[in-house]
Design a binder for this molecule. Sequence first.
Ligand SMILES: [Fe+2]
Ligand SMILES: [Fe+2]
Length: 218
Amino acid sequence: MSEGRWHGRLTARPLPDGPIDAPLSDDDRALVVQAWLGRSAAERRAGDSFLVIRDALLARHEPTPLVELATRAIDDEHRHAEICRVVASRYAGRELSAPGELTLSVPLHEGAAPELRHSLHVIGQCALNETAASAFLEACLGRAEVSLVRAALRELLSDEIDHARIGWAHLAAANVEHKRALAPWLPKLVRGYEQEWSRSFRAAAAEGPLGARRPRGT
Ligand SMILES: [Fe+2]
Ligand SMILES: [Fe+2]
């Protein structure tokens, strides 16, 4: 059983202590708590996704270091879920339970032969989703001011970059024949992830910036 990246510890360095004294209204604070709890649930689901990725890499006879990185990623995502729960708790000012588990729905890639389906899982989750997640976290880090939030984002980002590398390494190592077979599937795959990310950005934008939102129930 793997001890994970930090040998059983949650983070590389302890997260900063102390109360969060960001000037937030009660409504905004509740929204921040919900955002981090939602992130926690999504990270937990990403752990399930890496079970699929590990098995896909094994099925494709990928080298051991890549399979080990995907195995580590399962633990990484569980740590991320806990980091996000800790941040939510600190904003809430009390210890919160882990959110309910989200169910993973694995893309079907209907019509793709099994060896292509395995690669499409790896490319979709790692090369596309984790690369987009890394860019998103980097942008968040660029704007974050609270030391706990900056530390949490840094922890997540350092792992997501490795998770993205799994996808690019898999793609780089594929032979020409496999790459040719994958090519027709890629535009739809890219569009799917682009739409998913755009949808979540639109939903966040519709909420408006903190402090400018209408009180709940209005
Ligand atoms: Fe993560
Ligand atoms: Fe990840």
